[in-house]
Ligand binder design. Structure first.
Ligand code: ADP
Ligand code: ADP
Ligand code: ZN
Length: 217
């Protein structure tokens, strides 16, 4: 099974993708995570995209589609793919069609997480992750069970993204509205779009998503 999680920054794509990975053995393909890894490792791609990401603008279609293609290359065909944060433009949507065709995969579902824009700034400015395992948290909505300790791996170090500030979030939301939301009709025409209320509790969003994907509880 191959699915796209679509929604503005802070909608909960990464949170839900990680749960599907844990529960159903799928693989998360997050272009944001891949780009951040490239920036950290100071690869040529990382050096090229750093400033663009910090400004909250989109990096080039060519770069992200190459990252996705490389990642699928190393994956067994039976492992389901969750595209998180990709595609973000019509050109990327068309590239994904070609990439999936090359890998003998087909797109089964596009799940749109519907959220109120006002809630997103609060979600993003409160977001942090475990520096060791990447588990996501939120100052208000998803605190670790034991303060200062990662639920998943027990480490005590957390980090925040440099682009998770209010000003950059506004740019990212504008990019989403202008370039990403307009790709939905491509998938609507194919009859594969489902909508989930992304304002519900994290567990409820997971339940609704699993129901769409046909996973029993
Ligand atoms: P995205 O990957 O779409 O940018 P994330 O999954 O990183 O979004 O979620 C953004 C922040 O909001 C995180 O800190 C996460 O813990 C929190 N969050 C995610 N889903 C919900 C939800 N349904 N309700 C409240 N907070 C949420
Ligand atoms: P969010 O969690 O807010 O949805 P991401 O982690 O997906 O954000 O992306 C962070 C940044 O990385 C984006 O603001 C953009 O600069 C870049 N980026 C990630 N994915 C893409 C993509 N598919 N196309 C272009 N730029 C991307
Ligand atoms: Zn951890």
């Amino acid at each position: 099974m191959n699915i796209i999680l679509l929604g503005p920054p802070g909608a909960g794509k990464g949170t839900q993708a990680k749960r599907l990975v844990e529960r159903h053995g799928m693989r998360q393909l997050s272009t944001g995570d891949m780009l951040r890894a490239a920036v950290k490792a100071e690869t040529p791609t990382g050096l090229r995209v750093k400033a663009v990401m910090e400004a909250g603008e989109l990096v080039s279609d060519e770069i992200v589609s190459a990252l996705i293609s490389d990642e699928l290359e190393g994956m067994g065909r039976q492992t389901g793919a969750i595209f998180d944060g990709y595609p973000r433009t019509a050109e990327q949507a068309h590239s994904l069609d070609a990439i999936l065709r090359d890998h003998h995969r087909k797109l089964d579902h596009v799940i749109e997480l519907e959220v109120d824009e006002e809630a997103l700034v609060e979600r993003i400015t409160g977001r942090y992750t475990c520096a060791y395992c990447g588990q996501g948290y939120h100052d208000k909505f998803e605190r670790p069970k034991v303060e200062g300790t990662c639920d998943k791996c027990g480490h005590h170090e957390f980090k925040r993204r440099p682009d998770d500030n209010e000003e950059t979030v506004r740019t990212r939301l504008a990019e989403y509205r202008a370039k990403t939301a307009p790709i939905l009709p491509i998938y609507e025409e194919r009859g594969i779009v489902s909508r989930v209320d992304g304002m519900a509790d994290i567990d409820e969003v997971t339940g609704a998503t699993e129901a769409i994907l046909g996973f029993g509880q």
